[in-house]
Design a protein around this ligand. Sequence first.
Ligand code: ADP
Ligand code: MG
Length: 227
Amino acid sequence: MEYIASRADRMNTVGEMAASVAHEIRNPLTTVRGYLQLLLSKKEFDRYRDNFELMIDELDRTNTIIREYLCLAKDKRADLKICSLNKIIESLFPLIQADAVASKIAVSLDLSEIPELQLDENEIRQLLLNLVRNGLEAMPSGGCLNIRTFWDNDKAVLSVSDHGPGMPEYIFNNLGTPFLTTKDNGTGLGLPMCYRIANRHQADIDVKTSESGTTFYIRFNHPLASN
Ligand code: ADP
Ligand code: MG
């Protein structure tokens, strides 16, 4: 019998186990969240409202960390299908709009005609939501967020721009490194997840940042291009 496993094999098993544990933890979390919400709606608990809300926020944060971690898990493959990037963006717009209104931010959509692409719809939604959330978080006192699609140099491009203060140089130089965050409540997993998703789509990410704002560009190959 052969007992020798390579380091890569062992790491992979650990990664897979961690991913399945993370997955299993989400179910009880959902149950706890549901009961907290139920208690929150009862009059007799009114004076504990702040505490309940805090608990729910913390559960949501835990869920976000698990979701981002799962997305980073190495063995996952993108489920690529030919579809319309513009349609995915449009379907997310109400959600984005709701977040933006709460942060006093106006969102503009500027979608050009681009060919359909090979995309994993769920992953593209997560990528866009992460870029949008970062954009909103960069403008705490309000402003404008612009989401565009356009065709440039044989690539379909998605861009998300904000008018926030830009990012510090050490972040810019280490974009995509896990756990790097400048936010009190940040996970530092949002951008690593975006880079992982872009990588699975063979898309490139470019970033421009200055004191007057930040733009992320995701450049997708045309599905018929030979790469
Ligand atoms: P988190 O949002 O949890 O901090 P991310 O991986 O999404 O983690 O982002 C990492 C860091 O990159 C942020 O903490 C912030 O410093 C910087 N960053 C990302 N997007 C922007 C942006 N649009 N404007 C300014 N800084 C940004
Ligand atoms: Mg983020």
